[in-house]
Design a protein around this ligand. Structure first.
Ligand code: ADP
Length: 229
């Protein structure tokens, strides 16, 4: 398929938001869309973690806030998104993962898109059960080499301590994946992020997907929403 046919809207790629509480599977589904459709994933969480790892001034400022599970300022994350969008051609579709997270960020995203001739096509809400999420998040870890995902209770490597995908024996966990911080992240989602859904609902672009279904089912449901693009 040509890049233009994949883009679907003539020369414009789709712009979509994956919205849902921590652990809903936004990152997993975004990675699939990147793989299958050549879209670009913009995850503010990944960008902030990269800044923390690189020990930049932003990273040093962000680390403590992230470790508590609280939100980084709207200005900073919207700045990161604007800079990232400038590097992506209009023909390439974009998945916003973990952004916008507040009403102010939703307004900023509209402006950032409009300034670049983009429009928001879909907001996909991953609906999930909070208690199941705490279990999902507090057990997750990944290969430090290739990023393959595992879980203490649901998906251990076939050979203990060895990555199935690349053979590495080096694994990592996110420092904010502990129960206290997860509860704070959930509360931030409930209090600040879920309330932005009506803004998009009023435009008729919100689609709800059952995020408790299997990864494959969720992927299929999202694929149906995006259609042939
Ligand atoms: P999750 O969705 O699993 O909580 P993310 O990787 O999206 O994780 O985000 C991790 C942390 O990074 C958040 O708890 C918050 O501190 C910060 N963060 C990420 N995106 C944003 C954003 N859009 N606005 C404010 N803070 C953010």
């Amino acid at each position: 398929m040509s890049t233009e046919a994949q883009a679907g809207k003539g020369s414009h790629g789709l712009n979509i938001i994956l919205l849902g509480p921590p652990g809903a599977g936004k990152g997993t589904q975004a990675a699939r869309l990147v793989e299958e459709r050549g879209m670009v994933q913009l995850s503010t969480g990944d960008m902030l973690r990269a800044a923390v790892k690189a020990d930049t001034p932003l990273g040093r400022e962000a680390r403590l806030v992230m470790d508590r599970g609280e939100l980084i300022s709207d200005e900073i994350v919207s700045g990161l998104i604007g800079e990232a969008l400038d590097r992506i051609p209009l023909s390439t579709g974009v998945i916003f993962d973990g952004y916008p997270r507040t009403a102010e960020q939703a307004v900023s995203l509209d402006r950032l898109l409009a300034e670049r001739g983009r429009t928001l096509d879909h907001v996909i809400e991953l609906a999930v059960d909070e208690d199941a999420l705490v279990d999902r998040i507090t057990g997750r870890f990944s290969c430090a080499q290739c990023g393959a995902g595992y879980h203490d209770r649901h998906k251990l490597p076939a050979r203990s301590g060895v990555c199935d995908a690349c053979g590495s024996t080096d694994f990592k966990r996110r420092p904010d994946d502990n129960e206290d911080t997860v509860r704070t992240r959930m509360a931030e989602y409930r209090g600040k992020t879920a309330p932005i859904l009506p803004i998009f609902d009023a435009r008729g672009i919100v689609r709800r997907v059952d995020g408790m279904a299997s990864m494959e089912h969720v992927a299929e449901a999202i694929s149906d929403i995006l259609g042939q693009h």
